[in-house]
Design a protein around this ligand. Structure first.
Ligand SMILES: [Zn+2]
Length: 87
């Protein structure tokens, strides 16, 4: 699942302003990957958490270039220009 060029640009700006570096090794180098949709499991549906999969949360992975540690950022927050800090 790719991003449109304007979405890539907005995501880059968002990350450039806020990215603090890798929490694992401290390296400042990170690389964006393609958007990923994570399934949301319904724990109220039964004993097996994997039986009910609902619409997913879309996240933007950023991988540390040095150690490979991967951080997931909520794509809605990155790509929504209406989003406000602390809201
Ligand atoms: Zn790292």
């Amino acid at each position: 699942m790719g991003m449109k060029p304007d979405e890539q640009c907005r995501a880059m700006v968002w990350l450039k302003e806020r990215y603090q570096g890798c929490p694992h090794c401290g390296s400042k180098g990170g690389a964006m990957a393609d958007l990923i949709a994570l399934p949301i499991l319904d724990s109220t549906a039964g004993d097996d958490l994997s039986t009910e999969i609902h619409p997913s949360a879309v996240v933007l992975p950023v991988a540390c270039k040095k150690c490979g540690f991967m951080m997931l950022f909520n794509a809605k927050t990155l790509l929504n220009p209406e989003a406000k800090e602390g809201a």
